[in-house]
Ligand binder design. Sequence first.
Ligand SMILES: *Cc1c(COP(=O)(O)O)cnc(C)c1O
Length: 331
Amino acid sequence: MTRAIDLSDIRAARERIAGKIERTPTVLSEALSERLGIPVHLKLEHRQITGSFKLRGASNAVASLSVQEKARGVVAASTGNHGRALAHAAKLEGTRAVICMSRLVPQNKLDAIRRLGAEIRIVGNSQDDAQQEVERLVAEEGLVMLPPFDHPAIIAGQGTLGLEMIEQVPDAALVLVQLSGGGLASGVAAAIKGVSPGTRVVGVSMARGAAMKASLDAGRPVLVEELPTLADSLGGGIGLDNQLTFAMCRDLLDDIVLLSEEEIAAGIRHAYEQEREIVEGAGAVGIAALLAGKVSASGPMVVLLSGRNIDMELHKKIVCGEKPSFAERAA
Ligand SMILES: *Cc1c(COP(=O)(O)O)cnc(C)c1O
C-alpha cells in the first residue's frame, strides 16, 4: 500500500506546476448566497486550461518523470478530461502520449484530444476495457502509465486546487467537491484538512453508477455498472486493486451526496442562467446538490465547478429544458 498524500506533497506539486496551470478565481454567487442565507463561493476551475482541473494532476505527474521515462512516452485510459490534460501536459514536455478510451466517450472530447497531438485508441464499452489496452501498451511498448486518479503525483496535483480554495475562502465551513475515482476529492480534502481541519469536505456524485459510494458502503472497492449520465466525467470504477483514493476518501471525506439526472440538469441550467457560466454535468453537481437541498452548512461554502467540456448541442437542449436522450449520446 502506498502512503497517503499530505500537505507537503501538495505544496511541492504546486511549485512544480507553477506557470503550467492557471490560478482560477473564486467568486461569490449572489443567487446561491441569497437562496441559502450564507455566503456561497464558486471556484471557477472549469476555466482551467484544457477545460478542467485534470491539468493539475497531469502536469505534476509528467513533470515528475525521469528523462528516460519522458523518452518512452505516457499512456492512460480516460473518459476525456484526463486524456485531454495529459495530451496537453505531454506536449509541453515534448513527450509522446497515447490515450485509450471506451465507446461511451462523447465525440467532442475525443476530437479535442486528437487536436492536442495525442494518439487515440478506442476499446470496448467501459473504462475497464480501456484500462486493459493501457496495460498491454505498458507491457509491450514500454510506455509509462499515468492513470486518471489512483496515483500519488495525480492526487498531489489535484490537491493544489484545495490549497487555492482554502486560501481564497479561509473561513470556509464546507467545501463541495466532485467524486468519481476520488483523485480530486482525496487531494482537495488532504489540502483543506491540512490547512483548516475544521472545514467539512463533502463529495458529490451522480446516483447512476456511483462507484466510490458503493465501495465505501461495502468497505472495499467493488464493481459498479457504468451507465450513461449527464455527469459523464464522473463515470467509471475506482479499480478493484485501488491503492490510494479509496482509503483517502474513507478517511478524509465527511459525507457523500448523490444526485438524480434531473437534479444535475438543474445545476447546469442554474450555472448558465444565474451565474452565466457554461459547465459540464460533472462540473455542475455541487450547484445541483445545493439546489436540491441536499447539503447545508452554518458558515461560508465553497462549491467547485470542475469542468466545462460539454457537447454544446446537449448544453442547448438542457438549458431549453429538453430531456436528454442517453441512447442517442451513447451511440
Ligand atoms: C475527472 C473529473 C471529476 C472527478 O475526478 P476524480 O478524481 O475521478 O474523482 C470531476 N469533474 C470533472 C470535470 C472531471 O473531469
